[in-house]
Design a protein around this ligand. Structure first.
Ligand code: COA
Length: 322
């Protein structure tokens, strides 16, 4: 059997840090409110001219180096993003050019905050069926560009960044299973209303920014993450005690804590970066994974559970032996 195995990870955060104290100067909020309700202390903000592809390339270079391979061995690029550089071509094609890679398939996946799990699901299927041997998957987002910086209910929650993972075909266990879902009926609880087919003219007006019914999203996220975790454990005949680390999407510390509790996992076995990164959407899981691999918490051979929830709604999970 051929598995997709994590060969290397990389992360990138823009230089500029925006603290809760900084936000106190911008909207009617407090450091205390943001930390209590979300666990967030600071977030990184992309520089002017720094785009989703630039951040993705920076993360990818680190992942390629960590995987100890020549970039020319990559035969598939998938970029998960909801904040592409352009309407088209895909950000994946721009990343391909910037990495100097020729003619391999490259495409974007759009599943909001679940984007990385969707990309992992697709890359895993490519590798398992022999369609690729070395896949580069990237989650990269510049949410600072779709935030209304006068709306305190959303602008305090998000940040920019990118994470990347190189997956290689291997006989050794890697990705055991992926589970992805969506429920489009909840479209308007979390969305950026402006679009292409619905009219360019609204861009830069209110409809071009994130709008969210926070408490409804919160309730649905907690309930859904509990069921997706169960689905993964049952599907693989695995107990929660077998999981070394939960690497969840980093939206809100209260959502992460509630999901870990439902799963019966102590917070000591949960990777948390939301305090430092805020919600970086599809970049959050690969960024958190990279942080915990580089600081030595996640070790080779350990069993990891990824879980994500986002606009759509979309959600997903993956069980992976690192
Ligand atoms: N600073 C201070 N007060 C704020 C605020 C801010 N930044 N944002 C909202 N408030 C106020 C609200 O206006 C409200 O005031 P009111 O009671 O006078 O109307 C009050 O705080 C409580 O708002 P509420 O929405 O009930 O708070 P909450 O406990 O649900 O926390 C969120 C708000 C957004 C942090 C929380 O709902 C959440 O995290 N939701 C999920 C968001 C998310 O993760 N989305 C992405 C999913 S991928």
């Amino acid at each position: 059997m051929t598995f997709a195995r994590i060969a290397g990870t990389g992360g990138y955060l823009p230089e500029r840090v925006l603290t809760n104290k900084d936000l106190e100067q911008m909207v009617d909020t407090t450091d205390e409110w943001i930390r209590e309700r979300s666990g967030i202390k600071r977030r990184h903000i992309a520089a002017e001219g720094e785009n989703t592809s630039d951040m993705g390339v920076n993360a990818a270079k680190k992942a390629i180096e960590a995987a100890d391979l020549d970039a020319s061995e990559i035969d598939l690029i998938i970029v998960a993003t909801t904040t592409p550089d352009k309407v088209f071509p895909s950000t994946a094609c721009i990343v391909q050019r910037k990495l100097g890679l020729k003619t391999i398939p490259a495409f974007d996946v759009h599943a909001a905050c679940s984007g990385f799990i969707y990309a992992l699901d697709i890359a895993n299927r490519f590798i398992a069926t022999g369609g690729a041997r070395t896949a580069l998957i990237i989650g990269s987002e510049t949410y600072s560009r779709i935030l209304d910086w006068t709306d305190r209910s959303t602008c305090v929650l998000f940040g920019d960044g990118a994470g990347a993972v190189v997956l290689r075909a291997s006989n050794e266990a890697g990705v055991f299973s992926t589970h992805i879902h969506s429920e489009g009926e909840f479209e308007e609880l979390l969305h950026v209303p402006a679009g292409i087919s619905s009219g360019y003219d609204v861009v830069q007006q209110e409809a071009a920014f994130i709008q969210m019914k926070g408490s409804e999203v919160f309730r649905k996220a907690v309930a859904t993450l509990g069921s997706i975790a169960r689905e993964t454990l049952v599907g693989n005949n695995v107990e929660q005690d077998d999981i070394a680390w939960l690497v969840p999407h980093q939206a809100n510390l209260r959502i992460i804590t509630a999901a870990a509790k439902k799963l019966g996992l102590p917070m000591e076995r949960v990777i948390v970066t939301v305090d430092e990164h805020a919600n970086t959407s599809s970049a959050s899981i690969p960024l958190a994974l990279d942080v915990a691999i580089r600081d030595g918490r996640i070790k080779r051979g350990e069993l990891l559970l990824f879980e994500a929830f986002g606009a759509g709604f979309t959600w997903g999970s993956a069980l992976v032996r690192y």
